[in-house]
Design a protein around this ligand. Structure first.
Ligand SMILES: [Zn+2]
Ligand SMILES: [Zn+2]
Length: 255
């Protein structure tokens, strides 16, 4: 079964989506989903982007089936690497996504990050932060949205050109391959063909380095975007000869 493995429900600070609604939409589409609510312990505002994990399991575990699993999206940060690890060990998540949402402590969503800093510098720091954090969060199942910064950067062209950052990207890819971490194809930007074409060399390189597993996730915060752009993700996977999987009990399952 095809899985959308990146869905934010109301346990995420930035989502109001009810799990029941998400399950209904996924059912109509004939796909499975994994809820992956946000934990970003380094978020500067108190009590935001964290949630009560016990309540999450209490509320959602009864829905767990062969079409729905319980996951989490952990914002990777060196500052809280110990706490993040404790969360990963304490709870029976089926799936853990590791994400970079901050560069040197500044939210990638925040325009401040791009003010007076050129693209090359900020993108290099983005990948360097990613490299350091994968090393301290090696238990994650999949590395999320490598193109996350392209959504919010305030440069004329926000795409990642593989050739410009090949050394750093190769290091990211070698790390995830050696730790058996899957590589997410995030659906959010895939309605844009330029985005797809810029991502293909990165996923091809992942394959060359020895990677094979990709997860597919919409990063939905509402029901309308669940499963959106799935076709483009399969196009990337096929073109790069990668195998889509989802995770159950922290283990990959083929579609
Ligand atoms: Zn994210
Ligand atoms: Zn997300």
């Amino acid at each position: 079964m095809i899985f959308d493995s990146h869905v934010h429900t109301e346990f995420s600070t930035d989502s109001k989506l009810k799990l029941e609604e998400a399950l209904k939409t996924a059912g109509d589409l004939g796909i499975g989903i994994i809820s992956t609510d946000h934990i970003d312990l380094n978020y500067p505002e108190k009590d935001k982007f964290i949630f009560d994990i016990d309540e999450y399991f209490n509320k959602y575990y009864k829905y767990r089936s062969d079409k729905y699993f319980l996951g989490v999206e952990i914002g990777m940060t060196d500052e809280f690497s110990k706490e993040n690890r404790n969360i990963s060990e304490k709870y029976d998540f089926d799936y853990i996504i590791g994400s970079i949402h901050f560069v040197d402590g500044i939210d990638i969503f925040d325009k401040e990050l791009y003010k007076d800093r050129d693209k090359k510098y900020v993108y290099e720091r983005y990948f360097q932060n990613m490299i350091e954090c994968i090393k301290t969060h090696e238990y994650i199942n999949s590395l999320a949205h490598i193109d996350y910064i392209c959504r919010y950067a305030s440069y004329k062209n926000t795409e990642i050109n593989y050739n410009e950052y090949s050394d750093l990207i190769d290091e990211v890819l070698r790390l995830i391959v050696s730790r058996e971490i899957a590589f997410e194809i995030n659906l959010r930007r895939l309605s844009n063909m330029a985005a797809v074409e810029n991502l293909i060399p990165i996923y091809k390189r992942y394959k060359e380095i020895g990677g094979s597993l990709v997860t597919i996730g919409s990063d939905s915060h509402n029901s309308e975007s669940i499963g959106l752009n799935l076709k483009a993700a399969f196009y990337i996977a096929e073109k790069c000869k990668l195998k889509p999987v989802y995770y159950k009990n922290r283990k990959p399952e083929y579609f």
